[in-house]
Structure formats: structure tokens, C-alpha cells
Design a binder for this molecule. Structure first.
Ligand code: NAG
Length: 266
């Protein structure tokens, strides 16, 4: 029996892997821990556990941007559905989030029941994103991917299209979580105006949408990807699904970064 313990101990030291050894041997874990508790193998074992905890693969932040009626909402819903079918943990978000107190003010403004200064509107939209940052961070770190329908880029594009300075518009969103991928759905104007329900809210006028589109192009960075929204829903969906599956795979162990500034989201 003591020979058996000795052999076990040597094997542990050799492989530095208590997990593997405990699988090989039928002794209760209690005995193994007792034998090894004063030994560095046990410390290695604890470190391994700690490392595992701190390197839980994170979820990806996927943002959809584009002009009104570009099909973002439809594509977000289809994407969430297909990722879930592939076994991914995934959650859908939408900005503005009209359910919060700030979101209620935004909603009243968008439905034209309230007039507000353009700068106030801009800051409300930004504040509406800051309200969500803690829960977004927690969700991503727990390994859930977030599919977000509009983000800071929309906030800037719409405000700058009204004539506000682009850099002024950008500043309140500096430090939000940087997306792993922005999918930009670009749609030709003819199709844009033909799509249903066009023109019910503020902003939904063709020349305004053209200005918004041009500002989106100015905001593009290497993590953006254009997807033409002119094709059929299913063709567009397939293209998006491929891009997003790759992004989720590639960002699992990358740090979460801040938008437009150095530093990690801790
Ligand atoms: C997206 O398309 C526009 C032209 O519509 C182009 O100027 C821009 O470079 C493209 N961006 C990316 C990331 O491919």
C-alpha cells in the first residue's frame, strides 16, 4: 500500500497534474489531497484552478450599424436565433434602450412629442449607453456574446448629420466597450425609401439618411465590415453568420478594450 502511495506521489511530481493522476487511480480524492497537501504539486493544482477561472472565454461584442430601414433589427433577430441553434450563449440588446428613465425621454423626443436641444439629445443617447455598461461587461465576461442593434456610432452619425461637430459628438462615448466587430449594413437609397413604415419618426428623410451614411463611413475602423443590405434576407443572414462565428471564435481570449482610448475594461 505504501508503495502505491509513493508511486502515485512520484507520478504527480512527474506530470504535475493531479487531475490526470486522480483519473488513473481509484483512491478517494480525500486521500490524494492529504498526501499531497504539503507538496508543491498541490500548489500547482490550485494555480491551475485559478488560471482556469481567470481565463474563462469571454463573449464577443457584435454591433450592427446602418441607416434606418437597413434591416438591422431583422438581421439581429435572425443572427441570435442561429447562434443559439449553434449552441452559443447570446443576448440581444438595442440602443436606445427606451425602457430606462433616460430612454423614456429619448422615446418622447423620437416620437416628436417633445422638443429638445440637439446637444441634450446627443448626451441623452450617450448616457443611455453608459447606463448599460456594467451589465454589458458582466455579460461578456461571463462568456455570453452580445448582439447590439445600434451603438455609439449611430449616436455620432445622427447628431453630426444635424450639424454638430463630429469630435464633440464622439467625446462622451470615449471609454465605452470597444466592439469586436461592427457590421455595417449599407442599403441603396431606392430600396431604403421603398421599405415599409418609412418616415414615421424623426430622421427618416432621404437626404438626412445620406448624410448619416457619409458620417458612418468616416467613423469606419479596421474592425468594421460592410455588408450590402440590398440582397435577400437569407443571403445577407448567411454572410453575417460567417463573419460573426469567426469573430466569436477569435475574440474568446482577447482582452476587452475601451472604445477610442487605450486601456482594458477590467
Ligand atoms: C465600405 O464601403 C464604402 C463604400 O460604400 C467604402 O468606402 C469603405 O471603405 C468600406 N469599408 C470597409 C470596412 O470595407
Amino acid at each position: 500500500m505504501s508503495f502505491c502511495f509513493l508511486a502515485l506521489l512520484l507520478l504527480c511530481v512527474e506530470t504535475r497534474s493531479l487531475v490526470r493522476v486522480s483519473l488513473l487511480c481509484f483512491l478517494p480524492q480525500y486521500w490524494i489531497v492529504q498526501i499531497l497537501s504539503s507538496h508543491k504539486v498541490f500548489i500547482n493544482y490550485q494555480n491551475t484552478i485559478r488560471m482556469k477561472v481567470s481565463t474563462t472565454p469571454r463573449g464577443s461584442l457584435i454591433v450592427f450599424e446602418g441607416c434606418d430601414r437597413s434591416g438591422k433589427t431583422t438581421q439581429c433577430a435572425k443572427l441570435v436565433e442561429s447562434l443559439q441553434a449553434q449552441g452559443e450563449e447570446v443576448k440581444l440588446m438595442k440602443f436606445p434602450d427606451r425602457t430606462t428613465t433616460i430612454g423614456t425621454l429619448i422615446n418622447n423626443y423620437l416620437q416628436m412629442s417633445q422638443e429638445l436641444d440637439d446637444r441634450v439629445v446627443h448626451l441623452l443617447f450617450s448616457a443611455n449607453r453608459w447606463e448599460a455598461i456594467e451589465s454589458m461587461k458582466k455579460t461578456l465576461k461571463a462568456g455570453t456574446t452580445l448582439i447590439v442593434d445600434r451603438y455609439a456610432f449611430s449616436g455620432i452619425a445622427y447628431s453630426a448629420a444635424k450639424g454638430l461637430d463630429l469630435e464633440w459628438c464622439r467625446s462622451p462615448d470615449i471609454g465605452l466597450i470597444k466592439p469586436d466587430k461592427v457590421i455595417y449594413l449599407s442599403v441603396n437609397e431606392q430600396i431604403m425609401s421603398e421599405r415599409a413604415n418609412y418616415g414615421n419618426e424623426r430622421y427618416e428623410k432621404i437626404d438626412f439618411q445620406k448624410r448619416v451614411h457619409n458620417i458612418f463611413l468616416q467613423l469606419q475602423e479596421p474592425y468594421w465590415q460592410n455588408v450590402s443590405a440590398d440582397g435577400s434576407i437569407d443571403v445577407i443572414h448567411k454572410e453575417i453568420n460567417t463573419i460573426v462565428s469567426e469573430t466569436i471564435r477569435d475574440s474568446k481570449v482577447k482582452p476587452l478594450l475601451k472604445l477610442w482610448t487605450d486601456g482594458e475594461i477590467l
